[in-house]
Design a protein around this ligand. Structure first.
Ligand code: DQA
Length: 144
């Protein structure tokens, strides 16, 4: 069975209470349940993680690269400035494994600092602006 790692960056553990007008009123547990249910339907094994720490996210990406596991990554604010995560994503996609960058909101329709992603050039593709459906579209794509 195909495995997919769903990685969530900083502040995404605050979903549900953080700016609900932008991110909705459902929490990370609800997102995880929705993705687990879709994964079962698609016969994909998923593991969902969240960390506020760049080094924890990097270690998870490195591990997925070593295992050839595809990744759905919401880098959150690291999207806009983490060259360390960008390098790890580049090594991941260069190895032949896939990585889809996702965002709940559409960062291009928001503040200017969100318009730039340092991750996108290292991703297989980007899906943004569809709420939790951004993750589901990515999962469907990876399930092939
Ligand atoms: C986000 C968009 C980022 O700009 C922001 O820093 C986040 C969440 C999104 O999912 O819309 O934390 O990645």
């Amino acid at each position: 069975m195909k495995s997919v790692l769903v990685l969530n960056g900083p502040n995404l553990g605050r979903l549900g209470s953080r700016e609900p007008e932008i991110y909705g009123d459902l929490n990370l547990e609800a997102l995880t349940k929705q993705l687990e249910s879709l994964a079962t339907e698609l016969s994909v094994k998923i593991s969902v993680m969240q960390s506020d720490s760049e080094s924890v996210l990097m270690a998870a990406i490195h591990d997925a690269t070593d295992k050839g596991t595809d990744i759905i990554l919401n880098p959150a604010a690291f999207t806009h400035y983490s060259y360390a995560l960008a390098d790890a994503c580049k090594a991941h996609t260069a190895s032949g494994a896939k990585l889809i960058e996702v965002h709940i909101s559409n960062p291009h329709a928001r503040e200017e600092f969100r318009h730039k992603s340092v991750i996108s050039a290292s991703a297989s593709g980007v899906i943004a602006g569809f709420g939790f459906d951004s993750y589901k579209l990515a999962l469907r794509q990876l399930a092939g």
